[in-house]
Structures are given as structure tokens and as C-alpha cells.
Design a protein around this ligand. Structure first.
Ligand code: GN1
Ligand code: MG
Length: 392
């Protein structure tokens, strides 16, 4: 898309100031994200124009988030709830601690951009038509939180702080009365993820099945035990709570002094097992390599990061975590690299239709990385259980 087209989208929102630049932002694998820089002329003084606030513009991937209305509803409900709590605690910089979305000129939380095609011009846009909805693009804007960092280098201290913060996030949403929808139904349901893999093997769309027999073998060897959460849920032993469901390290913003500021990327906030938030953070943070590193022998489980995160998480969730949830935390640390391996491999077999890739083998490299990390974690399972049992 050209900058002019992006600026035209920005014009649909009630922002302050005039746009000076639109630049790509972040490393997400699903949505497209841009930083919108602005200048605000202050007419009341002779002072120079200031350049605040800036904004984040995102195109929501509606092939994946098919119910954008529900998605934005969830986010509104959650951010309003968190904002009320922060205000009640007397926090002054609330807009740096919880995302604030900008309404469109018609007062909606997102903008539907009709397709720019001859066919669309011939058949005027109607929000009601399924076909038209599919061809549209969906956009939202939020205030850009300036002077923040994401972690390039995770330390035990920052890991502990993240444990406290992600646990606190769950704890603050425990009394949310308004029900949230599942923006991607069964998002972290391992039974479903395995079915999707089996389907991908059967379809063999990209003709890649024969390359991945070792990976499939390893997955199948653990498939049954990795579906434990679904069984516990059916037995009524495991609750669903409001979770973030994408607690990757880089979804936490820090201030320049290294203090936790704000949790971002709220697309997947939905009812889930707490394992999602605990397990997915350690999947990224406790892996000594990035999730797409091909250096398999360098992949190690960072025990210091595990200990610190667990300590923080157990502190902030002490008021609600059940013994079953707590006991199964080591299971969650194993589950998430395995589930992510299943998801990357499924996409590889389907011909890379879900995750953004930079080269043809990217999803295979990611799969192998996650499987190696799974093995590293698995070897520490009992040690993790002992550590958790000793925390009061
Ligand atoms: C996707 O786009 P991003 O980086 O926020 C994915 C996560 C995966 C992650 C793997 C909606 O997240 O579930 O863990 O990639 N999000 C969705 O890096 O599928
Ligand atoms: Mg995400």
C-alpha cells in the first residue's frame, strides 16, 4: 500500500494533529502494523509545534480474525476494565499502561475499507454482503506509547517482572462480568491443533509430507499426553479464565528504566486455560534462541528465566490459582513449544497460508526449533515440579 493510501485510512479516525509519516512497525506474524507520526500545532502559544501523540495503525488480518466485531468488542471491554482498575489505584499515567483505541469519524472502534476494484465500484459496497465483507480491509488505531522498549535481552529481573505483570493481568480480569467471545475458537486447544495437523498431512497440499516424517514421529509420540488440559476441562477440573493468549516476550512494553509498563497485542484476549499465558511466555523467553533460529544445538532451556518468571507469576496469581492449575504449570511449559511446533508444521504442509514467512523453509525451521526446545524443556519437567512445590 502507498503512504497516500495509508494516510487516507488514517483520515477516517479522530486523531489529533496532521500526519507527517507512516512507517512499518513491529514483528507480528499476523496483522500489518504501522507507526503514524503526527505534528500538533498549538495555536494558543507561539511555541514550536510538538510531535505528540503518535499513533499505531493496524490492518487486522480478517482471514484469521474472521469476527472483527467480536474482536474489537473484547478489546474494548478489557481495556475499559483495566483502565478503571488503574484509575481506582490512583495511577496517573493510565494511557501508558493500557492501550487506548481511537474512534473512527462515525464513532466505531474500527474502520472497514471497501475494496478498490472495478468490480467493487460496479457493485456498490454494502456491509451486509458476505462477499463484500471478505474483500474489505479492517483497520484500527491506538495511541502509540512513546519512549518504550521491548526486551531484546531478557534477564531474571525482567522475567520476574513479566511474571508479576502477566499474572496481575489475569488477576485484574477475574471479576470481569461481561462475557468475552473466543476470537479464534479453540485457539489453544491441542486436540484441535492435532486434528488440523492430521488433516494437513492427509491433504499434503504443498507435497511436503515426506520431508517431515521425523518431526511427525516426535509429535505423535507426545500427542496423547499433550491433550491433558482438554481432558481436565471436560472432567470439570480445569477452569477457563480471561487470558491474553499471546504472551510472547515482545508483547510487553518497558519504560526506559526497564520497568514493566503495558501489555500489548490484545487480539487473542479470550477465555482460556491459564496455561496459555504462563506457557507461551516461557516458550519465547526461556528459549536461549529466537523461535526461528536454525541453530538447534544452541537451543537451551534458560532455567534462570523459568525460576524468576514462575516466582513472579505465582505471587500475582496466588489469590485465585487452584492446586490443579498450579500443579500442571510444568505441563504448560512443555505444551506450548509442542503446540507451536504443530501449528508451524501444519502451516508448512498447507503451503504457508497462515504465518508470514521470509523464505520457503521458514515454517519448517520454526517447527524444528520448537521441537528441540520442547525436548530441552521436557528433560526438566520433574525439576520444575519440585521448584514449584517449594514456593509457598
Ligand atoms: C502469532 O502475530 P503474532 O506474533 O502476534 C500467533 C501466535 C503465535 C505466534 C508465533 C493469532 O502471533 O499464536 O504464538 O505468532 N497469533 C495468532 O510467533 O495466531
Ligand atoms: Mg499476536
Amino acid at each position: 500500500m502507498t503512504t497516500e493510501e495509508l494516510i487516507e485510512i488514517v483520515r477516517q479516525f479522530r486523531i489529533e494533529g496532521s500526519v507527517t509519516a507512516v512507517e512499518p512497525l513491529g514483528k507480528g506474524l499476523i496483522n500489518d502494523t504501522f507507526l503514524v507520526k503526527t505534528l500538533v500545532e498549538d495555536a494558543s502559544t507561539d511555541s514550536k509545534p510538538t510531535n505528540k501523540p503518535d499513533y499505531v495503525l493496524q490492518r487486522i488480518n480478517h482471514q484469521i480474525f474472521t469476527n472483527v466485531e467480536m474482536l474489537q468488542h473484547n478489546i474494548e471491554v478489557v481495556t475499559n476494565h483495566l483502565r478503571r482498575k488503574l484509575q481506582a489505584e490512583g495511577i496517573s499515567d493510565v494511557d501508558r499502561r493500557v492501550l487506548r483505541f481511537i474512534p473512527t469519524n462515525t464513532g466505531k472502534t474500527y474502520y472497514i475499507c471497501p475494496p478498490d476494484s472495478e468490480e467493487a465500484l460496479a457493485n456498490p459496497f454494502s456491509e451486509k454482503s458476505e462477499k463484500n465483507r471478505h474483500d474489505c480491509s479492517y483497520w484500527r488505531m491506538s495511541i502509540y506509547i512513546a519512549d518504550t522498549l521491548t526486551l531484546e535481552e531478557i534477564t531474571p529481573q525482567s522475567s520476574y517482572d513479566c511474571g508479576l505483570a502477566f499474572g496481575h493481568f489475569q488477576q485484574q480480569l477475574i471479576d470481569l462480568n461481561e462475557p468475552l467471545g473466543e476470537t479464534i475458537p479453540d485457539f489453544h486447544n491441542m486436540e484441535l491443533r492435532l486434528q488440523q495437523l492430521h488433516q494437513a498431512v492427509a491433504n499434503n497440499m504443498a507435497g511436503r509430507v515426506k520431508e517431515v516424517s521425523k518431526e511427525l514421529e516426535l509429535i505423535e509420540a507426545h500427542a496423547d499426553e499433550m491433550c491433558l488440559a482438554e481432558r481436565l476441562y471436560r472432567q470439570g477440573l480445569l477452569p477457563k479464565r480471561v487470558c491474553h493468549c499471546d504472551t510472547k516476550v515482545n508483547n510487553m512494553l518497558f519504560d526506559r528504566n526497564g520497568n514493566v509498563l503495558c501489555i500489548i497485542d490484545l487480539d487473542t484476549v479470550m477465555p482460556a486455560y491459564i496455561f496459555s499465558d504462563y506457557g507461551d511466555f516461557l516458550r519465547t523467553a526461556a528459549n536461549s534462541q529466537p523461535e526461528d533460529s536454525p541453530e538447534l544445538d544452541s537451543i537451551k532451556f534458560r532455567w534462570d528465566i523459568f525460576e524468576a518468571f514462575t516466582q513472579g507469576y505465582l505471587e500475582s496469581t496466588a489469590s485465585f490459582l487452584t492446586p490443579i492449575e498450579r500443579e500442571h504449570l510444568p505441563f504448560a511449559v512443555c505444551l506450548f513449544p509442542m503446540m507451536q511446533a504443530v501449528r508451524f508444521l501444519t502451516d508448512y504442509l498447507n503451503g504457508d497460508t497462515y504465518y508470514k514467512i521470509k523464505y520457503p523453509e521458514h515454517n519448517l525451521v520454526r517447527t524444528r526449533n520448537q521441537l528441540r526446545f520442547f525436548q530441552e524443556v521436557e528433560a526438566n519437567r520433574e525439576k520444575m515440579a519440585k521448584f514449584i512445590a517449594l514456593i509457598s
